[in-house]
Design a protein around this ligand. Structure first.
Ligand SMILES: [Zn+2]
Length: 311
């Protein structure tokens, strides 16, 4: 894993939000240009202080942030976008996510159903983004910031409002690029409700694979966490993980387990896979903190009921 590197002549800094005091869980990527800096992901509203300090460590200030490219609008990726817009930054987002940044009430209500009274502590304040600070992106668009070009790839499967960005030799893969932490060769799929969709994820992964095969990128940077220079292994591991969860669902879900039963089975299965990959308990806890299994259990349940259940 590389923390700060020169891409094709451009320096890319990895910013650690130190989410809940955990290192290496949620990243933003900072890219300087001739008139300021670009951020990939704003990070949560609860980690603005860490973001500010980290940007200063890189030699810049919050006021230098001209553009924020969001992979999607989940709170760990886009939570402080509104605040950054207030500081003057321009926010770029998927067209399906855009209405929720302009008016976050629905997004926050559904997050509250999941997180309850932990909302504030986990995610802080989520401010709306004013219309004149918002750029709405479509598949295939190019975001050009002072000659730095980012190609937009529509990549649903984790969420319908998800983009990956291709920049120089890096693919910023958000959550469609799964979760891989501490430089390990261990992949986890974040499968949250309400939009996790196995088939769409496979299609999106196919798009990334095609770009990689064309030589478009040589590094992959998931938001959780870091820039990896073995995209071939990484993409294969996601493909394998998608197949495995598909098989797991086929064995478990037709038995119509209650949520608690499903969750317990999924936890056990996840733990066994992690131990087989050689993970230590400590690392397992960090993966669990960045991507709680119960969240994926809800996503799996919802996906199965909506798309796969035979009446
Ligand atoms: Zn997400």
């Amino acid at each position: 894993m590389e923390s700060n590197l020169y891409s094709q002549g451009t320096k890319v800094f990895t910013i650690d939000h130190n989410f809940l005091g955990i290192q290496g869980a949620i990243a933003s990527y900072l890219i300087p240009h001739t008139d300021g800096v670009i951020l990939i992901e704003s990070g949560p509203g609860s980690t603005i202080a860490a973001l500010t300090t980290e940007i200063e460590t890189c030699g810049y200030s919050i006021n230098d942030v001209t553009d924020v490219l969001l992979t999607h609008i989940h709170l760990d990726h886009a939570g402080s976008a509104g605040w950054l817009a207030q500081q003057g930054a321009h926010i770029h987002v998927h067209h399906i996510g855009a209405p929720h940044l302009l008016d976050p009430r629905k997004l926050l209500a559904s997050a509250e159903r999941i997180y309850g009274d932990k909302m504030d502590e986990l995610w802080g304040e989520f401010l709306s983004v004013p219309e004149d600070k918002l750029s709405i992106l479509q598949d295939g668009d190019i975001v050009d910031v002072n000659m730095l070009r980012f190609q937009v790839l529509d990549t649903p499967g984790h969420a319908n409002h998800h983009h990956a960005y291709l920049f120089e030799d890096i693919c910023f893969s958000g959550d469609i690029g799964a979760i891989r932490m501490h430089g390990l060769r261990h992949i986890r799929l974040p499968m949250p409700p309400p939009e996790f969709n196995l088939e769409l994820w496979k299609e999106s992964l196919g798009k990334l694979q095609t770009e990689f095969d064309k030589g478009t990128f040589r590094r992959i940077a998931p938001t959780h966490f870091g820039i990896f220079s073995d995209p071939e292994w990484h993409l294969n591991a996601i493909s394998e993980a998608l197949d495995k969860i598909g098989e797991w669902m086929e064995t478990v879900m037709p038995g119509e387990p209650s949520f608690d039963e499903l969750n317990q089975e999924f936890l056990t299965w996840t733990r066994e896979r992690s131990l087989a990959d050689g993970l230590e308990q400590k690392t397992l806890d960090i993966y669990e903190a960045a991507n709680p299994s119960w969240m994926s259990s809800y996503g799996i349940q919802r996906y199965w009921q909506k798309f796969r259940k035979k009446d």
